[in-house]
Design a protein around this ligand. Structure first.
Ligand SMILES: Cc1cc2nc3c(=O)[nH]c(=O)nc-3n(C[C@H](O)[C@H](O)[C@H](O)COP(=O)(O)O)c2cc1C
Length: 153
């Protein structure tokens, strides 16, 4: 089994979460390629069994680049494959349950008939530049551990 983790980032926080997820999956014996979204030139579903996609939350939704990337996820190729989505957001955004990049990504991937393995992960970032709130890396590890369990089912 091999998956692809794709993330966008401006200040590195979402990258840290993406790398944590990808390392944890690897430790669970799952093969993973991780890419900064702008480095994905061509996405072939033949190469991958699952997709993990993450974005910083910007103006209540995913980044423009992630929105563009979703255009490369062709329903015909990816339908029925498992996915998980994550984002980084400010604590106030989560408290007020305002627009989340991960929720929007999950909605789009479900529309493509992909199979959502877990509720989204919203990692808390303080301010625009971060840092990640204490404990968020641990929470991302836990999340990826649960993801690995689901993938092996
Ligand atoms: C232009 C802009 C708009 C943002 N809008 C939101 C927002 O609507 N809600 C939110 O929680 N955080 C918002 N943020 C904070 C980002 O979520 C934060 O910068 C991001 O999580 C940091 O991730 P990164 O280090 O991977 O870029 C915004 C940041 C920028 C730069």
């Amino acid at each position: 089994m091999k998956g692809i983790v794709v993330y966008d980032t401006s200040y590195g926080n979402t990258k840290t979460i993406a790398e944590t997820i990808s390392e944890t999956l690897k430790e669970s014996g799952i093969e993973v390629d991780a890419f900064y979204v702008k480095d994905v030139k061509k996405l072939s579903a033949k190469d991958y069994n699952f997709l993990v996609l993450g974005s910083p939350t910007k103006f209540g939704t995913m980044s423009f680049t992630v929105k563009g990337f979703l255009g490369k996820v062709k329903s015909k190729e990816w339908m029925n494959k498992p996915f998980a989505a994550f984002d980084t957001e400010n604590p106030e955004n989560i408290e007020r349950n305002e627009g989340s990049a991960a929720e929007k990504i999950a909605e789009k991937l479900r529309e493509k008939q992909m199979n959502q393995l877990l509720p989204v992960l919203k990692a808390v970032v303080l301010g625009w530049k971060g840092p990640l709130q204490e404990g968020e890396i641990e929470r991302a590890k836990e999340y990826a551990g649960r993801l690995a369990t689901e993938l092996k089912r």
